[in-house]
Design a protein around this ligand. Structure first.
Ligand SMILES: *Cc1c(COP(=O)(O)O)cnc(C)c1O
Length: 951
């Protein structure tokens, strides 16, 4: 046995277990199992053309070699991305800690109080700095957040504006270029008309529903927007402000001057540049718009004992759950990065952040002073961290690049320099020397030994309101204290380092340490997304190779890595389809067929792409009703744009009619979009090309081993067939994509490039054989669970030969007779040390279980033992007596060790119902949370506990 093989570490069941497991499911071999599971006509005949698998050591050497090809310059490009110091205590205890990065989105609040608190800190930080009432728990990037702000303001137009069809949205020419590109992408399908210009010339007499301003502007200039916002408010023009989070420490908040929405990125709060991401964007607004906020909001509520507890607020309002009524499709966000940025604020506190903001401002002022003394004219009268100078870029640029320095060159005569937290006095001197050389002065003619304490911020915009006064931002400023605070929160959360998280559709597999290690390497971390591509050779090689690998795996012709979540991939794919139809003169093709069982992001994305959703029926067996689909495709023949289909279906079945289905769509002029969330059931056995699809997204944070991070980051590349390659998206600063590219889908040219390293490592270390084996074991593990649960739970849907795919749905509706709901089972699983599977998707009252290939037979057995034990408990309870072990679940340590115990079952039954538990007990930190109470009393910041109790 080759113990160097990574597959051996990635795949859970041992060789010796294989025969036992096959016997249990009555299959003679893995190959036979696959033959009984996947329709033969879609099995791929040829092996994937991928390089031989590398061992972990070989991979780490290889990736180190690529890292060495990235040239890390001192980069002052700015434009929304600034180098920052990630405090080592946060790097080691969060970024590099599976207790944080392998957690799931906190749907099961009782075992997620740690990250919920960290996210509440993030929201509080954003609310305080922006001066808004409410902030969400992150968005994908600043440009996406700005587009979401535009959509929100469009959705909340008043009755007159809607009646008069007011569709104009003003965009200040000071907006960042990538934000403008995204606004263009997102406005068109909604019928919003963008008008760009100088806000100082804005004509308030024209009908606009909203406007967006950049603060400070992309040139670095600080404007006082108070008067503009006041005038806009008077005419009911709603205002979004894209604000630099660090500058808000010195500048008065947009909220205090009347902004309706404030967006931005928190990257410079300690997050590596990573060639564009992942970073957490923020979105803050007024309470009155709470039902329109994209993404997730964390709120305060109480548990069954009346103790304070946190949970995701307003979940029924969660945008993608509204399906085709949604105005946003955000599902996965940037939770891990939001946790880190929030922790940066906890660590530094208001004083530390003020020190950092002053340091940055002083560096900019020192630089401006030095350049002026060289006779170089500075254009920004008021600025925070960015100066702009008149100088000949043809002269300066070669000197700068020879000294490994990047500036931003907006045109031939202007040079912009954005300094940051890491800019030292010697770097300031170095910049001055570059200019001295360019203008023929002696180097070192001006040399500073300390920063000038400058203040070129006008007094009207200087911040006077206090911020971050809560205890949490004023308590953990020593490393020991912060380390323990992070650990305290971590212990409240159940992540993959405790037990299996069998979330159907979410594929919570191993996120291997070797895949994660390169993320801590500054040669990957410190590359600016708009650095010249020649400096990012390591990235370019890695990203190209990953694109090729994904193209090969999907059986397609091209890939774009730009979308930074699955839902953004859906949107990108549909926009590409739309561009393709339009290129053929088919402007009227706007109908999107979507099966009733689809994930909520599918219809939400279709609507955002300007398409009309037509829902197709499912048969009793849970498959697509082919005749209904055919009838609808033919009825809408002339307007058919696309079908969105998940494969294997969200019911966990490889529908055998899939080739017929994709054929029907093509015959009627449509393109087929395959939702690739279930790609873990396909890799190296079949692929979207083989089933006849034209485009798919992949969730690299599901199938390709990027950790879920507690709800992000994600990477959602799209892979497309030949005819769609020309339309793959570009970027306005660094061109990417096809030769007829659509405008940007994400802010950065290659989306969350840093996270792509993880999937690259996954594919390199598994190779063709390991990938194929992983898929086979994913199917084996699911079928093993299915057979072990046989007789205890009914599996709702199976393939024609009775096999499950990589996941299955178990029916919990019959237990209503005993008064037991599916959530009771979900909560009771916590007492057994497990996170619940996916609850009530795609069928209400059911659970969808997906074990993945990474779980061992022993872990699958423990999980099945737990479910079977719960099943027995269900038999013993009835509606007559709701005071039972399921309804009271989960049980906390406080409760079980209390001097009072008056429940009709023992403490052991409550907390240690099976033997394996005592050896590795996980205690939920609160009792069952009260969702309704929290929604009625919405609190989304760290309010002092007293004020919450009074509510
Ligand atoms: C996860 C998932 C999505 C959405 O992906 P995100 O990365 O969360 O945006 C879409 N469809 C299905 C079936 C999924 O499971």
């Amino acid at each position: 046995m080759n113990t160097d093989s990574f597959a051996l570490r990635h795949i859970g069941p041992r060789e010796k277990d294989l025969s036992k497991m096959l016997k249990a499911i009555n299959a003679s071999s893995l190959d036979q199992l696959i033959m009984e599971t996947i329709p033969h006509e879609i099995l791929i005949k040829n092996k994937l053309e991928l390089d031989e698998a590398m061992s972990e050591q070989e991979y780490l050497e290889h990736i180190g070699g690529l890292a060495a090809k990235n040239k890390v310059f001192d980069t002052y490009i700015g434009l929304g991305y600034h180098e920052a110091y990630l405090p080592a205590v946060i790097q080691r205890n969060i970024l590099e800690n599976p207790g944080w990065y392998t957690a799931y989105t906190p749907y099961q609040a009782e075992i997620a109080q740690g990250r919920l608190e960290a996210l509440l800190n993030f929201q509080t930080m954003v609310s305080d700095l922006t001066g808004m009432e409410l902030a969400n728990a992150s968005l994908l990037d600043e440009a996406t957040a700005a587009a979401e702000a535009m959509s929100l303001l469009f959705a909340v137009r008043d009755r007159d504006q809607k009646k008069n069809d007011v569709v104009k949205f003003f965009v200040s020419e000071e907006i960042l270029p990538q934000t403008l590109s995204l606004l263009e992408t997102r406005s068109k399908p909604l019928g919003i008309e963008l008008v760009t210009g100088d806000h100082r010339d804005f004509d308030f007499a024209t009908d606009f529903f909203g406007a967006i301003l950049q603060y400070p502007g992309k040139s670095g200039k600080i404007y006082n927007y108070a008067d503009f916002i006041r005038q806009a408010n008077e005419r009911n023009i709603k205002i979004a402000v894209a604000a630099d989070i660090l500058s808000l420490i010195k500048l008065e908040s947009p909220g205090s001057i009347g902004a309706d929405v404030v967006v931005g990125t928190t990257q410079r709060f300690g997050i590596p540049l990573g060639y564009g991401g992942p970073h957490a964007a923020y979105f803050a607004t007024r309470e009155e718009y709470k039902r329109h906020i994209p993404g997730r909001i964390i709120g305060v509520t109480k548990d069954m004992n009346g103790n304070r507890a946190l949970r995701m607020a307003l979940q029924t309002r969660e945008q993608h759950i509204k399906r085709d009524k949604a105005t946003s499709n955000i599902c996965t966000a940037q939770v891990l990065l939001a946790v880190m940025a929030g922790m940066y604020a906890v660590y530094h506190g208001p004083e530390g952040l003020t020190y950092i903001a002053n340091k940055v401002h002083n560096a900019a002022a020192t630089l401006a002073d030095g350049l002026e003394r060289l006779g170089i004219y500075q254009l920004n009268e008021h600025y925070f961290d960015t100066i702009a100078v008149k100088a000949d870029s043809k002269k300066v640029r070669p000197i700068a690049e020879a000294s490994m320095v990047n500036f931003f060159y907006p045109d031939a005569e202007t040079i912009q320099i954005s300094v940051n937290e890491t800019t030292s006095i010697s770097q300031v001197n170095n910049i001055i020397n570059i200019f001295a050389e360019a203008v023929g002065k002696e180097k070192d003619s001006i040399r500073y030994t300390e920063m000038i304490t400058g203040n070129v911020i006008p007094s009207e915009v200087i911040r006077s309101t206090a911020f971050l006064e809560n205890e949490v931002f004023n308590s953990y400023h020593s490393e020991t204290e912060l380390m323990r605070y992070i650990k305290k929160l971590e212990r409240r959360d159940l992540a993959l380092n405790h037990s299996m998280i069998s979330l159907g559709s979410c594929t919570m597999k191993l996120n291997a340490a070797a895949e994660m290690l390169p993320l801590s390497d500054s040669r990957w971390g410190n590359i600016h997304p708009f650095a010249p591509v020649e400096q990012a050779e390591g990235y370019q090689l890695m990203l190209k190779k990953l694109e090729d690998q994904l193209t090969e795996i999907t059986g397609f012709a091209g890939t774009s890595l730009q979308p930074n979540s699955g839902a953004q991939g859906e949107y990108a794919g549909l926009m590409v389809i739309k561009a393709y139809h339009e290129s053929r003169g088919d402007h009227h093709r706007n109908i999107c067929l979507i099966p009733s069982s689809a994930h909520g992001t599918n219809p939400a994305s279709a609507v955002m792409a300007g398409m009309k959703v037509v829902v197709t029926k499912a048969t009793e067996e849970g498959n697509i009703d082919v005749e209904d689909l055919r009838a609808k495709a033919e009825e809408h023949k002339d307007q058919l744009a696309a079908l969105m289909v998940t494969y294997p279906s969200t019911h966990g079945v490889y529908e055998s009619a899939i080739v017929e289905i994709t054929g029907i769509i093509h015959e009627n002029g449509g393109q087929v979009y395959m939702d690739g969330a279930n790609m873990n059931a396909q890799v190296a056995l079949t692929n979207p090309g083989a089933i006849g699809a034209d485009v798919c997204h992949l969730n690299l944070h599901k199938t390709f081993a990027i950790p879920h991070g507690g709800g992000g980051p994600g990477v959602g590349p799209i892979c497309v067939a030949e005819q769609l390659v020309p339309f793959l998206p570009t970027n306005p600063v660094i061109p990417t994509g096809g030769n007829k590219a659509i405008t940007a889908i994400s802010a950065a040219p290659w989306g969350s490039a840093l996270a792509c390293l993880i999937s690259y490592g996954y594919i390199c270390m598994l190779g063709e054989k390991g990938l194929k084996r992983s898929t086979q074991y994913a199917i084996l593990n699911a079928n093993y669970i299915k057979d072990r649960l046989h007789g205890h739970f009914e599996v709702l849907y199976t393939g024609e030969q009775g096999r499950a795919a990589h996941e299955m749905i178990i029916d919990c509706r019959p237990f209503k007779e005993n008064g037991i709901e599916v959530v009771d089972i979900a909560k009771r699983l916590m007492d057994y040390g497990f996170h619940a599977p996916t609850v009530s998707f795609p069928v209400a009252g059911t659970m969808m279980i997906e074990p993945t290939e990474s779980e061992s037979m022993e872990e699958l057995d423990r999980f099945c033992d737990a479910l079977i034990s719960i099943r027995k408990e269900i038999d013993q309870v009835s509606t007559a007596d709701p005071n039972n072990v399921l309804k009271n679940a989960p049980h906390t340590q406080e409760m079980v060790t209390s001097d009072n115990w008056d429940l009709p079952y023992s403490r052991k039954t409550a907390a240690f119902p099976l033997e394996y538990i005592s050896e590795n007990k996980f205690w939920p930190s609160v009792r069952r949370v009260d969702d309704a109470y929290g929604d009625r009393n919405l609190i989304c910041t760290c309010e002092p506990i007293e004020s919450f109790m009074e509510a």
